[in-house]
Design a protein around this ligand. Structure first.
Ligand SMILES: C[S@@+](CC[C@H](N)C(=O)[O-])C[C@H]1O[C@@H](n2cnc3c(N)ncnc32)[C@H](O)[C@@H]1O
Length: 364
C-alpha cells in the first residue's frame, strides 16, 4: 500500500507544534489589534483618514492633533494587520471599504469599529466570569456595570439605525401600513433605545414602549430620547415578564435578546398574552443551526461562543434555573418550536441579507 502524498499530511512533530503555537498567537495578535482599532476609533484616526487619500504620519498627526511618533507606530500596526494600505511603511491610505467599516458610524450598517471597546471585559468582570464557571451563576447585563449596555449599543446600533426601518419593517406583512396609521408598539429588551427612536421618528402617529430590566440601558435610552425630542416613546425599567397580560400591542419586537433572557419560555408566553390577535412579533436573533455541524460554515463561530460566555449565556444564566440559551442557542428550529408551543400559529423566516442574524415574523 502506498503512503498518501506528503502534501496531504498535517505537519508532524516540531512543525505541528509550531503551527499550533502560531494559531494561538494569532488570537493574541487579534487582541492587540483590537485595542488599536479601539484607539483608532476613539482618537478619530480612521475618521481623519476617510476619503483623504494617501497620508503620512506627519500629516495625520497634524490633522488629529496627536503625536507623530505614536501615530506612525499605530499606522504601521494597521498596515501590518491589513486594515490600511502602504507600500513603504511611510505613506498610508484607508480604502473606501476601510472608511465604511472603520469610520462611517452615521452612514453605514457595516460600521464595526464601535464594537471594539479596548478589551472584551474589564479585569473585575474577568474575575466574576471565572467565578461563574465555579458557581454556574452568570452575570446579568447590569452585573457588568455600564459596560454591558454600552457594548451592546455600540455593537448593534449600526444595523438598527440603517436597516430596521428601511429593510426589516417593509418585509413584514401589513406592518408598515399599521405603523403609518397609528399602532401601539412594544420593543422588549430595547437596550439603549436605538430602535425605538428610529421607529418613533419614522412613524409619528404610532406610540412606542420600551421594556428593559437594565437600568444602564434604560438610562442610555432616556438620554437618547431626550436628545431626539420625540414625544411618542415611553420607557419602562422592566422585563418581558412585566408586559400587560391582555392583548395590547399591534407590533412587538425582540431584537437580539431572547437568547439573553434567563426565562425565554416565560417571555414568549408573556408576549403571546400581550399581542393583539392580528398583531405581529418581529424576532431578530443570531443565525444559527441546531447542531455543531450546522454552524461549521460560520466564520465567526469562535467569537460567537466566546461572546456567549462573556455576555449572552452569562445573562441567560444570571437567575437560578436560567435556561442559558446563549448566543447561538435560540436557533431557527427552537425559535419556531417555542413560538408554536406558546400558541403562535404563523412563523415566517426572513433573511434580509444579514450574514449574522435571521428575522422571524411571528403571529398569533
Ligand atoms: C444584546 S442586548 C440587545 C438590546 C437591543 N434590543 C438592541 O438590539 O440593541 C440584550 C438586551 O436584553 C435585555 N434583557 C435581558 N433579559 C431580559 C428580559 N427578561 N426581558 C427583557 N429584556 C431583557 C438586556 O438587559 C439587554 O439590554
Amino acid at each position: 500500500m502506498s503512503a498518501p502524498p506528503a502534501v496531504d499530511k498535517p505537519p508532524a512533530g516540531p512543525d505541528r507544534l509550531a503551527a499550533f503555537a502560531l494559531r494561538v498567537w494569532t488570537y493574541k495578535q487579534g487582541e492587540v489589534v483590537s485595542l488599536m482599532v479601539h484607539l483608532g476609533d476613539r482618537l478619530g484616526l480612521y475618521r481623519a483618514m476617510a476619503g483623504q487619500g494617501a497620508t503620512t504620519a506627519h500629516g495625520l498627526a497634524a490633522r488629529t492633533e496627536l503625536h507623530e511618533r505614536w501615530v506612525l507606530e499605530w499606522l504601521r500596526c494597521q498596515a501590518a494587520a491589513g486594515l490600511v494600505e502602504t507600500t513603504d511603511g511611510e505613506v498610508f491610505e484607508l480604502s473606501p471599504e476601510g472608511a465604511e467599516v472603520l469610520a462611517d458610524e452615521d452612514g453605514s450598517l457595516w460600521f464595526a469599529a464601535g464594537a471594539f471597546l479596548g478589551s472584551v471585559a474589564p479585569p473585575d468582570q474577568v474575575d466574576r466570569l471565572a467565578e461563574a464557571f465555579r458557581t454556574g451563576r452568570g452575570l446579568s447585563y447590569d452585573d457588568r456595570g455600564p459596560w454591558g449596555a454600552h457594548s451592546a449599543e455600540r455593537t448593534l446600533a449600526p444595523w438598527t439605525r440603517h436597516a430596521l426601518v428601511s429593510r426589516a419593517l417593509p418585509a413584514l406583512d401589513g406592518v408598515w401600513a399599521r405603523l403609518e396609521g397609528g399602532a401601539r408598539v412594544a420593543d422588549v429588551g430595547c437596550g439603549a433605545g436605538v430602535a425605538l427612536v428610529a421607529m418613533a421618528a419614522a412613524f409619528p402617529a404610532s406610540s412606542f414602549e420600551g421594556f428593559d430590566p437594565s437600568r444602564y440601558a434604560i438610562d442610555r435610552a432616556r438620554a437618547r430620547l431626550s436628545e431626539s425630542g420625540l414625544t411618542n416613546v415611553t420607557l419602562r425599567l422592566a422585563g418581558a415578564g412585566d408586559l400587560p397580560d391582555r392583548p395590547t400591542y399591534d407590533f412587538i419586537l425582540t431584537l437580539d435578546c431572547v437568547h439573553d433572557m434567563p426565562r425565554p419560555a416565560d417571555a414568549i408566553a408573556a408576549i403571546r398574552r400581550a399581542i393583539r390577535a392580528d398583531g405581529t412579533w418581529l424576532i431578530k436573533d443570531i443565525r444559527a443551526g441546531a447542531t455543531w455541524g450546522d454552524n461549521q460554515r460560520n466564520p465567526m463561530l469562535a467569537m460567537m461562543y466566546g461572546t456567549s460566555v462573556a455576555a449572552c449565556m452569562s445573562s441567560a444564566l444570571s437567575e437560578p434555573g436560567g435556561a442559558g440559551l446563549g448566543t447561538l442557542g435560540f436557533h431557527r428550529e427552537l425559535a419556531e418550536a417555542m413560538c408554536r408551543e406558546a400558541g403562535f400559529t404563523r412563523f415566517v423566516v426572513h433573511d434580509l441579507d444579514d450574514p449574522a442574524n435571521l428575522y422571524y415574523e411571528v403571529r398569533p
